[in-house]
Design a protein around this ligand. Structure first.
Ligand code: SAH
Ligand code: SF4
Length: 355
């Protein structure tokens, strides 16, 4: 049995052609899968009985199943979801007043091992398939009952941030297929302007994000190579010069010189001095950027402490004095370990010890 969720429109069409169906059937079936969110072939009533029977014999339609669901005092909701092979990831919904972003994962665990990140202490188990990436958003919609797809203005689950577990650009093909499905106007229809992909700095793939039209966030976290390589091993392979060149290429290739969000987690005594702020500003010289200062979210055994609130404010002010946008990110869902860098899905025995 083959899973239908996650097939691109072309792949779905090829499957149906092989079954001897006409091409308009692809559109009908797509509508059931991604506009209505239907998982039961018997309820796809606009399809003939024979067609449904044939689909049932060959295919499955699965949304990842919810293992646990927790809702924070601030409304943030986190799900631990499970896939066909029993592997699990976390995804999160972060509500604003009348809209909100679903934060999705791209890998089970993460191979990058950034020292401030809880996910990075887990073994990298495997890449998620395109269907598993799309499926997380569909499960979130199931949880809020947001089917059939509402109009852009009325939907509560309005944005997607690829900022969950894993490094998305090391699972690029599946990510690309998933994003195309999520953006498709005949189904889920999240516009490219409402999707942000965050990377730890896999420079080779960054410019290609401009072709997809999605926004880019870079987990920068350090303004020089020595420090960055210490806290983010990926910097040894893609040092700052390469990373900044990739960011320039992204900006040149994107329509309207899309700005880049530079994420910067504030680690006490490590990357939060005025000298770091100065280095940071000269590093991004020539790029259209917005900073996002993230208070470090502590987890058990983490080798860092969060910077003091005053230090963060002073750091922000230095950037703002030079006309950079530098909002301090309000932490969401910390009471349920749903905040940035806190996601994990394995029990203690499977995690690495942080030295
Ligand atoms: N792998 C991608 C996508 C994950 S995004 C990336 O690294 O960009 C998760 C975001 O949370 C990243 O900006 C990451 O650097 C940040 N983060 C990780 N651990 C954190 C922590 N303990 N506190 C605050 N932010 C953290
Ligand atoms: Fe992986 Fe991103 Fe965490 Fe680094 S910050 S370990 S790349 S998930």
């Amino acid at each position: 049995m083959k899973e239908l969720i996650g097939l691109s429109k072309e792949e779905l069409s090829a499957e149906l052609t092989a079954l001897g169906e006409k091409s308009f059937r692809t559109k009908q079936l797509w509508h059931w899968l991604y506009h209505k969110g239907e998982t039961d072939f018997d309820k796809m009533t606009s399809l003939s009985k024979e067609f449904r029977a044939r689909l049932k014999a060959c295919y499955t339609v699965t949304h990842p199943s919810i293992v646990t669901e927790q809702t924070s005092q601030d409304g943030t909701r986190k799900w631990l979801v499970s896939f066909a092979d029993g592997k699990q990831v976390e995804c999160v919904y972060i509500p604003e007043a009348d809209r909100g972003a679903v934060c999705i994962s791209t890998q089970v665990g993460c191979a990058q091992g950034c020292r401030f990140c809880h996910t990075g202490t887990q073994k990298m188990m495997r890449n998620l398939t395109a269907g598993e990436i799309v499926g997380q958003f569909m499960t979130a919609r199931d949880s809020y009952g947001e089917w059939p797809t509402p109009t852009d203005e009325t939907r509560y689950l309005s944005n997607i941030v690829v900022m969950g577990m894993g490094e998305p650009l090391y699972n690029f093909d599946n990510l690309k297929t998933a994003l195309k499905i999520l953006m498709d106007g005949d189904g889920i229809g999240i516009s490219k302007r409402k999707i942000t992909v965050s990377t730890a700095g896999m420079a080779d793939r960054i410019p290609e994000l401009a072709d997809l039209g999605v926004k880019l966030a870079v987990s920068l976290h350090a303004p020089n190579d020595t420090l960055r390589s210490q806290i983010m091993p990926i910097n040894r392979k893609y040092p700052l010069e390469k990373l900044m060149a990739a960011c320039r290429a992204y900006q040149e290739r994107s329509e309207r010189r899309q700005f880049i969000t530079m994420e910067y987690v504030m680690l006490k005594g490590v990357n939060d001095t005025p000298e770091h702020a100065r280095q940071l500003m000269s590093l991004v010289n020539g790029l259209e950027v917005k900073f996002n200062l993230i208070p470090f979210h502590y987890w058990d055994g983490a080798p860092f402490q969060p910077s003091d609130a005053d230090t963060i404010r002073r750091f922000a002010k230095m950037l703002e004095d030079k006309w950079f946008a530098a909002p301090i990110r309000r932490s969401r869902g910390e009471d349920i370990m749903a905040a940035c860098g806190q996601l994990k899905s394995l029990k203690g025995t499977d995690t690495f010890k942080v030295e």
